[in-house]
Design a protein around this ligand. Structure first.
Ligand SMILES: *Cc1c(COP(=O)(O)O)cnc(C)c1O
Length: 422
């Protein structure tokens, strides 16, 4: 089965009917694609058992959490707030693991609910030790080498603050002795959008850490499985990278007699291509003969920030209506921009360089045409400078496996933007 479906999430007719029912802009999520990716994740090659977690920071809507929960995925939370959000969605706390940059003030209460915790710094380990003397804990290490789509998504290596530096094993052991802690899980996550070969190399380095902690029974390899959103970008085949990983678990068991349980926690892989953003061509302008033709949308960085900060590429389909006389006839190179008064609000930056403009060719574009921006299931709705220019949050719609569209988040009311102002 091919899990990588890069076709537009909806066709012109479906887009029209969704826009009529829910307005634009709206986020669309495709249940069938989410199920297919979950199936691929749950089939990750493993030797002694697998727990697969959904990294909820990528797309935290309650309905999405509930769907993945029903399919047998557990949750990776990145803050105490995410833990509470998952519990509110009905996720059993025992299925939630917390790996956070900022330790929640009420960590003790969350631990008492039964969540699992990975200490991501020496200070976090000490805080845990004070609260849960004699407890079992996970430790997130920075294995000393990272991988990411760019230096903003690379979270391993000397320039990354994530996790405890691998050279500090002695300090970790000293804290464990001081508070009588048992390290049961080694956790690493080296970056998002990793090159599959680099991911694999770093994954295998983790066994050196597992070897240094006798009490470890679980190795969490994090997320970071690259998914191409554009046809020319690579995607990770979990069966391909998982095979040598499984063999490494087996080799480790042979050498040490320890059968280690495997955990993975993808976000992007599960969601990226299961989401689209449906918007409208709001205006067409140009900057003269030596300039550019611009398509302005009624969406932009308020719904999708990745192009502006990473130079990320997303597929853009325009559904032509060909109804009016004043369309720009014929094919034309365009820069596609968002609706904010901010020159960085571009949807077609140069690949990997948000400072530069790139163009894409579209034909017969006219104001009012519907536009589908693909690859927006992960780190889109979840990661926006919402409320810039006071645009309310867009609605979210789940296209169910039976084809029916269900509203899973209402469009935000304008009033709620200022409701906390006093
Ligand atoms: C963000 C994150 C993930 C998911 O990363 P993806 O690139 O979306 O797969 C997994 N684990 C941790 C600790 C994270 O911070």
């Amino acid at each position: 089965m091919n899990h990588f479906n890069l076709n537009p999430l909806v066709d012109s007719e479906k887009a029209q009917s969704l826009a009529e029912t829910f307005g634009t802009p709206i986020y669309l999520y495709d249940e069938a694609r989410m199920r297919s990716m979950a199936e691929a994740v749950l089939a990750f090659p493993n030797a002694y058992g697998l727990t697969a977690r959904f990294a909820m920071k990528s797309s935290p809507n309650k309905s999405i959490l509930q769907l993945f929960d029903s399919l047998g995925l557990h949750i990776d939370a990145s803050s105490g707030h995410e833990v509470k959000r998952a519990i509110h969605a009905g996720i059993d706390p025992s299925k939630i693991s917390l790996s956070a940059q900022e330790i929640p003030e009420d960590l003790e209460a969350l631990l008492d609910l039964g969540i699992q915790f990975n200490a991501c710094s020496l200070k976090q380990l000490e805080t845990f030790g004070k609260i849960k003397k004699g407890g079992k804990v996970g430790v997130r290490f920075n294995p000393g080498s990272g991988s990411g789509g760019n230096n903003r998504t690379n979270v391993g290596g000397v320039s990354s603050s994530f996790g405890i530096w691998h050279g500090l094993v002695a300090e970790v052991k000293a804290l464990c002795a001081k508070y009588d802690l048992e390290v049961v899980r080694i956790h690493t996550h080296i970056g998002s959008g990793s090159d599959p070969d680099v991911w694999l190399k770093v994954a295998l380095m983790n066994f050196q850490l597992v070897e240094q902690f006798e009490s470890v029974t679980i190795l969490n390899l994090g997320g970071g499985y690259k998914v191409g959103r554009m046809a020319n970008e690579v995607s990770t085949d979990l069966q391909v990278i998982g095979k040598p990983v499984r063999e490494a678990f087996e080799a480790f068991a042979e050498k040490t007699g320890r059968k280690i349980h495997c955990e993975i926690e993808p976000g992007t892989f599960l969601m990226a291509n299961a989401g689209g953003l449906l918007a409208e061509v709001h205006d067409l302008v140009n900057t003269g003969e030596d300039g550019y033709h611009f398509i302005k949308l009624n969406t932009g960085m308020t719904e999708l920030l990745r192009p502006s900060i990473y130079g990320a590429q997303h597929p853009i389909d325009i559904f032509n209506q060909k109804t009016s006389e004043n369309s720009e006839k014929g094919s034309q190179d365009y820069v596609v921009v968002g609706h904010c008064c901010e020159s960085g609000d571009i949807l077609t930056p140069a690949p990997g360089d948000p400072e530069l403009l790139a163009t894409r060719s579209f034909s017969d574009v006219e104001i009012g045409d519907l536009v589908l921006i693909g690859g927006t299931g992960a780190y889109a709705s979840a990661m926006t400078p919402k409320h810039y220019n006071s645009y309310p949050e867009a609605a979210e719609v789940l296209i169910q496996s039976n084809g029916e569209a269900r509203l899973i988040r209402k469009r935000q009311s304008l009033e709620s933007i200022w409701e906390n102002e006093v």
